[in-house]
Design a protein. Structure first.
Length: 380
């Protein structure tokens, strides 16, 4: 990852983790407080139930005139006191504050009940228990473990989502970097040719047809690069479509590329029937420019390019290097090149595809590796 992608990755990861941990902390705190409240209520009702059982047993023992025996309760200590606060039965684990009905001191809850109504001289039933505190501690530990496990899962999910989120950005950045490199390379060739040709003209101080032709070809290559970049960056719907003779546009472009065809020793055969279509003039030139320049670029010397128009179609066929079948579905994507035979940006066929889709045309491509490519545009 480059610096921009790394910065985006860590920014997204930090934002996701901070927001997730805030939510996790709030959720854990809410769950903890609700569980503690529930545990306290449950503990109160349990201790209250024990006090009721003991009070009922005291009352029945006196009414039935039988000996009273205080039963033992699990996780609770019970003590019976007279009105002078003297212990009559049972025991207590700490001093009792008889002025409070229910309270907690040093981790032990104490409940004071007076439901015996003085039977067997018992005025107070005192129940003490530390079960609630122990249970709260267990709840706290469970929540802590759950928070740690959840935090680990959140971190893993955050990293996974960050990679998914940044994958298209990473791919786009790689495309841009590749595009910049290709642009530098593509511009370097015609610029070098222009500089060398200009230097030769200066040194010879006389007219040289070959040098001028090289300057013309290099200038046209630079213009084509400019036109493609301008279309990708500033294309708009401002230019109105109009009826025009597409075969006439093709004738102009054949003349435009004649020097390049001659330089590569490529023969061009044209069978142009009248073909009238409705399209913006600039985009009609972009169609043929990109298709013909691609055909020339990927054709070897001493081969033939054939161009045909009918009333509703345009066909261009070359004897070039061809395209592998598995790459035919990818060649219309921006910045994608089927091969590195002749450089390029990988934008020409993407421009053609966007224009074809804009006007509702259809494009058909048939190619065989090392034998050539045939591209057909259906206008109706």
């Amino acid at each position: 990852m480059n610096k921009i992608t790394k910065k985006s990755f860590y920014s997204f990861l930090a934002l996701y983790l901070v927001s997730s941990f805030i939510f996790l902390t709030l959720a854990a705190y809410w769950f903890y407080t609700s569980q503690v409240a529930m545990e306290k209520n449950a503990n109160f009702y349990k201790m209250n139930h024990i006090a009721d059982l003991v009070s009922a047993e005291v009352i029945h023992a006196q009414m039935e005139e039988r000996p009273f025996k205080l039963q033992k309760f699990e996780r609770a200590v019970v003590g019976l006191y007279d009105k002078e606060h003297k212990l009559l039965y049972g025991m207590s684990v700490q001093d009792v504050d008889f002025s409070n009905d229910f309270y907690m001191k040093e981790g032990i809850f104490t409940l004071v009940s007076q439901r015996t109504a003085g039977h067997l001289d018992v005025q107070y039933v005192v129940v003490q228990s530390n079960e609630c505190v122990k249970n709260v501690e267990k709840i706290k530990n469970k929540i802590a473990y759950a928070v740690i496990i959840t935090a680990i899962l959140i971190i893993l999910i955050a990293i996974f989502l960050s990679y998914i989120f940044l994958k298209p950005i990473k791919e786009k950045m790689e495309e841009i970097e590749s595009f910049v490199k290709d642009t530098t390379h593509e511009l370097n060739t015609p610029l070098t040719a222009l500089m060398m040709s200009t230097s030769r003209i200066k040194s010879k101080k006389e007219y040289d047809e070959k040098i001028v032709k090289n300057i013309s070809i290099s200038t046209k290559q630079l213009y084509d690069i400019y036109a493609s970049l301008s279309f990708l960056s500033f294309d708009s719907q401002s230019e109105a479509a109009q009826k025009l003779r597409f075969d006439n546009v093709i004738k102009e472009d054949i003349n435009y590329f004649s020097e390049l065809l001659e330089k590569k020793n490529i023969q061009l055969k044209a069978n142009l029937e009248p073909c009238e279509i409705t399209i913006a003039p600039t985009k009609s030139k972009m169609l043929i420019n990109n298709l013909l320049s691609n055909a020339i670029k990927y054709s070897k010397p001493k081969t033939t390019i054939s161009i045909t128009t009918t009333s509703d179609s345009f066909i261009i066929q070359d004897e070039g290097i061809g395209i592998e079948k598995e790459k035919l579905d990818l060649i219309f994507q921006r910045f994608v090149r089927a091969n590195s035979y002749a450089g390029g940006f990988g934008v020409g066929l993407n421009i053609v595809d966007s224009i074809v889709k804009e006007y509702g045309y259809k494009i058909e491509i048939v190619s065989e590796k090392n034998k050539g490519t045939t591209i057909t545009l259906h206008f109706r």
